[in-house]
Design a protein around this ligand. Sequence first.
Ligand SMILES: Cc1cc2nc3c(=O)[nH]c(=O)nc-3n(C[C@H](O)[C@H](O)[C@H](O)COP(=O)(O)O)c2cc1C
Ligand code: SF4
Length: 483
Amino acid sequence: MTQTKHAIIRNYPVVGRARYWMEALRPKIYQYFVESDIDGSPVNRVDRSTIYQRAKRELDSQPFGTQFNVYAEGYEWMAHSIQPHDFDLMEKDPRVIIGGKDCLQPYSASILNVSAMSYGSLSSNAVEALNGGAKIGNFAHNTGEGGISDFHLKQGGDIIWQIGTGYFGCRQEDGNFSETLFAEKSALPQIKMIELKLSQGAKPGHGGILPAAKNTPEIAAIRHVTPHTTVFSPPFHKAFGSPREMMLFIARLRTLSKGKPIGFKLCIGQQREFYALCKAMIETDIYPDFITVDGGEGGTGAAPPEFSNSVGMPLMDALPFVHDTLTGFNIRKQVKIIASGKVLTGYHILRAIALGADTCNSARAMMMALGCIQALVCNTNKCPTGVATQDKWLSAGLVVDEKKHRVANYHRDTVESAIELTAAAGLKDPHQITRRHIFRRVFMNQVRSFEDIYPSTVPGCFANGQTPEHNIGMIEIDSWGQG
Ligand SMILES: Cc1cc2nc3c(=O)[nH]c(=O)nc-3n(C[C@H](O)[C@H](O)[C@H](O)COP(=O)(O)O)c2cc1C
Ligand code: SF4
């Protein structure tokens, strides 16, 4: 009654406390007792169960038919064929070669890989188990922007090294990019590709903070920063200041890494900036080997709610935009597209391919394969499953030798399910899936194919200087054009 912060407790000291307990218990009660199989956010229970069952190699079939309302707006399905392909004759692990004309060490990628998550946001055991899974299943593991740690290297799985605005792992003392450190680290044979991070869907346009408390001597050594200090990653890169300079930087990274594939990751914001990047590619004749398109629905360890909820284009809009823009400029063949944003099942992989992806990345499904129960406290260091915490006691609960197999199991069964769906559509290769194979109910009695919703662009149609919305001739490549 004497405290002054909370009016309810001041007025009702005993009963008032119950309200706070109920608030704390609400998410748990909801998840265990109220949530139906088709809701649950960000990942519904149906998809969660599929991931867990695949990871544990338990039965992943479902009795009695779909639980989804197939007449609800937004329901989607894939069209099968009267003459499906023989699944036994299909390639079960289709690969995509990433590496354009200037790449000297192309990488043969799986169609599903582990999306960027740093050591720091994930525990050491989680990072090691993800890499162990990648090794067993022959797929790639993205380091996230926090640099390369021993836990990434220990198991020997293929690595994509992500470089964010903090240049962690290849950073001079003043926070600028270090050529020497980059050349040294990129030479590691385990590093197969390098990804320059421009933005991520959960917080596009927002930088990062490594709080002093989390900046342990171990993490500081990996990131090349001073321990026990707060380190800020700016929301923009200091190594380049325009689309043209960005392409020159990509060429510099390619030379320094002795020709490894170099790409960039972004969540689409202002479309004219992406047109400017394409124009810069053409004018400099420097192409990234891949572009990772992250949807606004993407996950994170921690982000301001407004950025997570209301900034950045969702994947299903961004992916066709990127594919169609590259096609319109006639440069799609030079660049591979990687898609991320709730790619959880075989159907999601095929849907992404239909919209323009070559391969996919998954972050949260891989976390679930590790045991994440969607408790949604990743930002508190109290993750109960030891996935997203630096608490040694909690992370000890995650046993690397057990969980790495779960990651590999989830990957294998999900890729196989994409192949099975491909066979059902009467096709030999998942990359033959087009927008004509997928349908969505847009109103109670109206259905559209993806080709109707996202009409394909004719290759090279932007060559006359026009895009659908902008005169490309007016787009500047020596600045980002923000005035
Ligand atoms: C715990 C966590 C940490 C992440 N860290 C990074 C990061 O360091 N760099 C990055 O580009 N994206 C990061 N992401 C975003 C993911 O790589 C991915 O783009 C996004 O979550 C969408 O994929 P999903 O829907 O499969 O989770 C992180 C996501 C999570 C959940
Ligand atoms: S269990 Fe909860 S806190 Fe841990 S990673 Fe999953 S969502 Fe985050």
